[in-house]
Design a binder for this molecule. Structure first.
Ligand code: CP3
Length: 354
C-alpha cells in the first residue's frame, strides 16, 4: 500500500478484506517510552495542557507516526477528558492517572450532571482530529477513542484508579438504581462524543472498557454490556459505517459477551490464545491484538517469533495486529521499531518461516 488514493490497511481489515499482512498500530503508541514525548513533557508538565492544547496534542499524536509509520494514528487524549464537560472535575497526576475532585456517590450528584455539548466544551478534539486526518491522508487511519460507561463510572465513583473497585461495587450491589442512572447518563454522553469524533475526522473509534474485566460475567451483563450496547446503538443509528472496536482488560472470560455489544472488532489481550479466540468468536467477528506488551522487553529474535506467531494464528482477514494492551513505559524504542518493521514484512517473513 503506497499509492495515495488507496484505502489504508486498517480500514480494509475492518471491512474483512483478505490482506497480505495485517495493519499494525500500538495502544499508547504516543507516550512515555518515547524520548520525544518525555522531552515535550518537560516543557508542558500538565497532562491536561499536553492533551488539550491542540498544537501540543497534534505534535504528540504524530510522534509515533513520524518515527514508525503505524497503520493507525490515535488521538492523544485520555478517556477522562470529557468528564469536566459533564460537571465532573478531574486532573491527571503523574504516575497515578486520573484523580476526581468530588467523586460521585449520591443521587443528587448524578442529577446535577450535564449533557455533553462537545462543540462548546471540547472544540480542541475537533481541531486535533482534523489536523491528524490532514497529515496522514490515505497513508494511515486516524483513530478516535472513548472510555465506556462502566470504566468512566469507575473513575467517577472511586475518584481514582483502584485495585479492588470496592466503592463502585459497593454502590452496584447496594444502591444499583443510582449507578444505573449514572451509567445511562454516561452512555448518552459518550455516544454524542463518539459522533463528534467521527464528524471531526476519526475513521475508527475504539471504546475502552478497561475495568469491565473486574466484573464477574453475570455482573458484566448487568453493569457493562447494556451500556456498551447503548453507546454502540446510538452511534450506529447515525454513523453505521464507522468501525468500532471494544477493549476490555482481562477479557478472556467475557469474549463472547463482548461480541454482543454490537461492535465490529473485539480487542483481545494476551490472556487468550489468538487461535482459540478466533474459534470462540467465529471468523466473521474481526479481532485486534494481542501480543503481550512485555514481549517488547525480550530479544528481537523472540519478538519476531511472537509477532509472526500471532499473525499466523489470526489468519489473513479481519485482524488488526496490536499489543493486547498499552505499550509499557521503559520499553526500548528500538524494539518498538522492530515490532512495526516485522509486522509490515509479515507476508515475506511468514513464507520464509513456513
Ligand atoms: O497515544 C495513544 O495511544 C493515546 C494514549 C492514551 C492515553 N490515555 C494517554 C495517557 C489512551 C488510549 C488513554 C486511555 C486511557 N486512560 C485508558 C484506557 C486504556 C487502558 O490503559 O486501558 C485508561 C484506563 C486511562 C486512565 C489513565 N490515564 C491511566 C490508567 C493513566 C496512567 C497512569 C500512569 O501514570 O501509569 C493515565 C494517564 C495517561 N494517559 C498517560 C498517557 C500517556 C501517562 C501520563 C503521562 O504521560 O504523563
Amino acid at each position: 500500500m503506497t499509492g495515495s488514493t488507496q484505502v489504508p490497511y486498517l480500514l480494509r481489515a475492518a471491512r474483512g478484506e483478505v490482506l497480505d499482512r495485517p495493519p499494525v498500530w500500538m495502544m499508547r503508541q504516543a507516550g512515555r517510552y518515547m524520548k520525544a514525548y518525555r522531552d515535550l513533557r518537560d516543557k508542558y508538565p500538565s497532562f491536561r495542557d499536553r492533551s488539550e492544547r491542540p498544537d501540543v496534542a497534534i505534535e504528540i499524536s504524530l510522534q509515533p507516526w513520524k518515527a514508525f509509520q503505524p497503520d493507525g494514528v490515535i488521538l492523544f487524549s485520555d478517556i477522562v477528558t470529557p468528564l469536566p464537560a459533564l460537571g465532573i472535575e478531574m486532573d491527571i497526576a503523574e504516575g497515578k492517572g486520573p484523580i476526581i475532585e468530588s467523586p460521585i456517590r449520591t443521587q443528587e450528584q448524578v442529577d446535577q450532571l450535564h449533557p455533553l455539548e462537545p462543540q462548546e466544551s471540547l472544540p480542541f478534539i475537533q481541531e486535533i482530529l482534523k489536523a491528524l486526518r490532514q497529515e496522514v491522508g490515505n497513508q494511515s487511519t486516524v483513530l478516535g477513542f472513548v472510555g465506556a460507561p462502566w470504566t468512566l463510572a469507575a473513575y467517577a465513583v472511586e475518584g481514582k484508579g483502584s485495585k479492588t473497585y470496592s466503592v463502585i461495587k459497593g454502590m452496584a450491589f447496594s444502591e444499583p438504581a443510582i449507578l444505573h442512572q449514572l451509567l445511562g447518563k454516561l452512555a448518552d454522553a459518550i455516544a454524542v462524543y463518539v459522533r463528534y469524533q467521527i464528524d471531526s475526522g476519526a475513521q475508527v473509534v475504539q471504546m475502552f472498557d478497561s475495568w469491565a474485566g473486574q466484573l464477574s460475567p453475570q455482573d458484566y451483563e448487568t453493569f457493562a454490556l447494556p451500556y456498551q450496547q447503548r453507546v454502540v446503538k446510538q452511534v450506529k443509528e447515525t454513523h453505521p459505517d464507522t468501525p468500532l472496536i471494544l477493549l476490555v482488560s482481562g477479557s478472556a472470560g467475557v469474549l463472547e459477551r463482548m461480541a454482543h455489544s454490537g461492535v465490529d472488532i473485539v480487542s483481545l489481550d494476551w490472556t487468550v490464545d489468538m487461535a482459540e479466540a478466533r474459534q470462540r468468536l467465529g471468523w466473521d467477528m474481526k479481532v485486534q491484538g494481542n501480543m503481550d506488551p512485555g514481549v517488547l522487553f525480550g530479544s528481537q529474535e523472540f519478538i519476531r517469533d511472537r509477532v509472526l506467531d500471532t499473525i499466523r494464528k489470526a489468519g489473513n482477514r479481519g485482524h488488526i495486529f496490536n499489543l493486547g494492551h498499552g505499550v509499557l513505559p521503559g520499553t526500548p524504542e528500538d524494539n518498538v521499531r522492530f515490532f512495526f518493521e516485522t509486522a509490515k514484512q509479515a507476508d515475506k517473513l511468514l513464507t520464509v518461516h513456513a
